[in-house]
Design a protein around this ligand. Structure first.
Ligand SMILES: Cc1ncc(COP(=O)(O)O)c(C=O)c1O
Length: 448
């Protein structure tokens, strides 16, 4: 029987711990690396998962942390029993780990949510009255849509233009303002100038929310060093597919906002009047939280930190460069890019293949080559339309457009049935064979 250690001295929402020392452990394995899938003719081939930007596979240390937590799994914040105390301590420890992972300030709130979408929606409901949000049309719908009052900016032609456009927009707004921007595009992988945008936001008395869903699986983020006010991300893109995400950032708006969910845990007392918690964490985490999700998310943070970013980034850059140059050499294949070939990016490449719909490409890659990619507009309709050179339809983001939508009629999808792209994305566990198989398959297809 394993020894149980209670972090009973860990007070809820206490100061952040130092980030764990970087020990440069080997890159951890992912579950499912040996998954075999059927292809045409009934053969089984090793699955080439090139769809990490949608949901990454589970890291082994994450699965191990969840397995280790399960025997003592119990209620949090409520029980006097040993297992309940232990589980509560693990849950609160996960908060500290996430805080350290993003380099948050000691007094920042760390609120566990379901995912990034949940986190942006939570913040949207806590904005001071009459806040204007400034947001680029390049955003994922999770960061584009939740805002009551927003100014939408066209895709900027170069990074400096993003800063200039934000500067101009923020200067013209009275009252509370929030700039929302994604750190790494889920469509092109391109990195955005978030430090410069934070600087501009603060110069105009605005705050900045950074959607870090596609950044944190690939690069170190330091909220304090970058002077960001809020960051949001999802566990399932960070090798922790157990249903938790997080919103980290300044406490005041979150402490004043209407409790996100109303129920047990969010209240201090209920009588004729209801007294809500002022601390953002209990205030916005009513009900029994996703403890295993939080433990998993923290285990992923620990595993990435222990591996060290240098090793992770080096391997990713090697593979993504190989993938991009392989695709670039194929006639009829066009990579989508906002800021050009040389702009730094994470392990995401979106492309089109002349003569084929994105769905045809994705289906062929799956059924003939055992390769998993994403096709569509990746819940970033205005941006993908822009990159594909389609006319702007500003009001339609996130709406069904009533087309036959042959490609994507499934409930809950993000697609509108119009022209779209293929996206390949990599991370821990991606191999050179996966990359080479994709390039060879696209070459085959393009020459048919
Ligand atoms: C940049 C970005 N933001 C937000 C989201 C939404 O994440 P989730 O579906 O986990 O809420 C995604 C998901 O693809 C994303 O890529």
């Amino acid at each position: 029987m394993s020894t149980l250690t209670i972090f009973s001295s860990v007070p809820a929402h206490a100061a952040a711990e130092e980030a764990p020392a970087v020990t440069s452990r080997p890159i951890p394995a992912v579950l499912g690396a040996d998954l075999e899938v059927p292809v045409k003719g009934g053969r089984l081939v090793g699955y080439a998962n090139l769809d990490y930007a949608a949901s990454a596979p589970c890291l082994e240390p994450v699965s191990a942390a969840v397995t280790a937590a399960l025997p003592a799994y119990s209620s949090v914040h409520r029980g006097a029993g040993y297992a309940s105390q232990l589980t509560t301590a693990r849950y609160e420890q996960a908060r500290h780990t996430v805080r350290a992972f993003v380099g948050a300030r000691t007094d920042d709130a760390v609120i566990f949510t379901r995912n990034t979408t949940d986190a942006t929606n939570l913040l949207s409901r806590c904005l001071p009255a009459d806040t204007t949000t400034v947001v680029f049309d390049t955003e994922h719908h999770a960061s584009l849509l939740p805002w009551q009052k927003s100014v939408r900016l066209a895709p900027p032609a170069f990074p400096g233009e993003a800063v200039r456009a934000a500067d101009e927009a923020l200067a013209g707004i009275e009252g509370p303002k929030l700039l929302v921007v994604t750190a790494a595009s889920n469509v092109t992988g391109e990195l955005w100038p978030i430090a410069a945008l934070a600087h501009v936001a603060h110069r105009h008395g605005a705050r900045i929310l950074v959607d870090a869903a596609q950044l944190v699986p690939h690069r170190r983020l330091n909220l304090t060093a970058l002077d960001l006010d809020y960051v949001a991300f999802s566990g399932h893109k960070l090798y922790a597919p157990f249903g938790a995400g997080v919103l980290v950032g300044r406490r005041d708006w979150l402490a004043a906002g209407e409790p996100y969910l109303k129920g047990g845990g969010a209240v201090r007392s209920v009588g004729d009047d209801t007294e809500w918690h002022d601390d953002p964490e209990p205030r916005h985490e009513a009900g029994t939280p996703n403890v295993l999700g939080a433990i998993a998310l923290a285990a992923a943070c620990d595993a990435l930190t222990a591996t060290g970013w240098t090793a992770l980034v080096r391997e990713e850059e090697r593979l993504i460069a190989r993938l991009r140059s392989g695709l670039a050499a194929i006639e009829g294949v066009r990579e989508l890019s906002l800021w050009g070939d040389d702009h730094p990016r994470v392990g995401i490449v979106s492309f089109t293949v002349d003569g084929y719909s994105a769905r045809e490409v994705a289906e062929t890659l799956s059924s003939e080559y055992g390769i998993g990619v994403r096709d569509g507009k990746f819940c970033a309709h205005p941006f993908v339309r822009h990159l594909l050179g389609e006319p702007e339809r500003r009001s339609s983001a996130g709406e069904s457009e009533g087309r036959s939508g042959r490609d994507h009629e499934h409930a809950g999808g993000c697609e509108d049935g119009t022209a779209s792209a293929v996206r390949a994305s990599i991370g821990i566990g991606s191999t050179q064979e996966h990359v080479d198989r994709l390039v060879a398959a696209v070459r085959d297809l393009a020459s048919r």
